[in-house]
Ligand binder design. Structure first.
Ligand code: DNO
Ligand code: MN
Length: 356
């Protein structure tokens, strides 16, 4: 298991590379050029700049999360081809600096969705919270208006230009069924995977978060059956999965440890995090510890250990603790403790295996 830590870039993160280097066993950063709009070709000098910063701290840049997919690709519009060409060029450039994994997602319009970014837990810390009824009852157009009326409103994976396009996008997706989305994903993969293979980069799709349709938009990377279908769309080790325990774990029917075992050779990147599910479909993110949430992280780590996992892993989100001011879900402290929990379990399993 190769431990990594997500970093949003110089001036864009409260955590700095020095801090990351001090977390035991972290080899590299998980990075992106967050100001690049989806669909553009990344400039080489910007890529090299991140490499230089990471090099100076003895960290690798093997994992990129994310190179976002232009909506026209997900919608299957004729204009998709030029965005796919740009994507290929970005893959080639990332290959040149030694990137090994590119994480991306294929969720229409929205990346991860929560209703409260700072919901208080019993211990006084705060964490990302999802209240199902709020999302279920929300008219997407009300959401568009909220966003338009509030200039400070920010959303993960969103640039202001794309936010402005929101109502047009909702209209466009009215024509796109789940099957259409599968076809559009296949079209994308058939073009991208050979380029990724040539550059020895594993593409790793991130599951939908939450793993069910929201706002009437289709979502397809939601559980075991769909992952089975996904890996066959292009049956290559370069067409892989970012197995996110928290995203998948929001649905009680998803057994993540089982998925680790089934998709063992198709997981270049593991996202590890816990959450507590409520019977009404709400969930809140918790500490990594198995006992603190509904997802059995211990069992998941055991599954990774059993398959001899040598891929990259990162603590996904964390709570906001010890009065830390940070990006929602991306503080230093709780993610750092998450890593130590993961290592604690991992090292014990190693020792146990050596002695038995
Ligand atoms: C949620 C997070 C996501 C993820 C993107 C990948 O579990 O890991 O923000 O980074 O969806 O494209
Ligand atoms: Mn994740």
């Amino acid at each position: 298991m190769r431990m990594t830590f997500r970093w949003f870039g110089e001036g864009n993160d409260t955590v700095d590379l020095r801090h990351i280097k001090q977390i035991p066993g972290v080899e590299g950063i998980v990075w992106s050029l967050h100001d690049m709009a989806a669909g553009v070709e990344w400039p080489m000098d910007r890529i090299e700049e991140v490499k230089k910063q990471a090099d100076e701290h003895g960290l690798n840049i093997d994992v990129v999360e994310s190179v976002n997919i232009h909506e026209d690709i997900k919608l299957g519009l004729p204009t998709r081809d030029k965005y796919i060409e740009n994507y290929k060029k970005t893959i080639e450039k990332l290959g040149k600096v030694g990137v090994k994994v590119i994480c991306y997602n294929f969720m229409p319009v929205f990346d991860w969705t929560r209703t409260d970014l700072f919901k208080e837990l019993e211990d006084g810390s705060t964490a990302l919270f999802y209240e199902k009824a709020i999302v279920d009852d929300m008219d997407p157009m009300d959401l568009v208006n909220t966003i338009n009326d509030n200039p400070d409103f920010t959303m993960p994976g969103w640039e202001p230009e794309r936010l402005a396009q929101l109502s047009k996008l909702f209209d466009a997706y009215k024509e796109v069924s789940e099957e259409d989305l599968w076809n559009n994903l296949q079209y994308f993969l058939e073009q991208i995977i050979p380029v990724a293979a040539e550059n020895d980069i594993k593409m790793a799709i991130h599951p939908d978060d939450p793993p069910w349709p929201i706002f009437g938009l289709p979502r397809i990377i939601t559980g075991k059956e769909n992952l089975r279908r996904f890996v066959k769309l292009v049956d290559s080790p370069y067409n892989g999965i970012t197995l996110c325990s928290g995203s998948l774990g929001a649905n009680p029917n998803n057994n993540v440890a089982e998925m680790v075992r089934e998709f063992a050779d198709r997981i270049p990147f593991a996202h590890i995090r816990n959450l507590k599910r409520y019977d009404n479909g709400d969930f809140i993110e918790t500490s990594h510890r198995s006992e603190d949430g509904s997802v059995d992280i211990l069992e998941i780590m055991k599954a990774y250990h059993d398959i001899g996992f040598t891929g990259y892993a990162r603590p996904d989100h964390g709570r906001h603790i010890w009065d830390e001011k940070c990006r929602p879900g991306y503080g230093l402290y709780d993610r750092g403790m998450g890593i130590m929990y993961m290592w604690g379990v991992w090292d014990s399993l190693n020792r146990y295996k050596e002695n038995n």
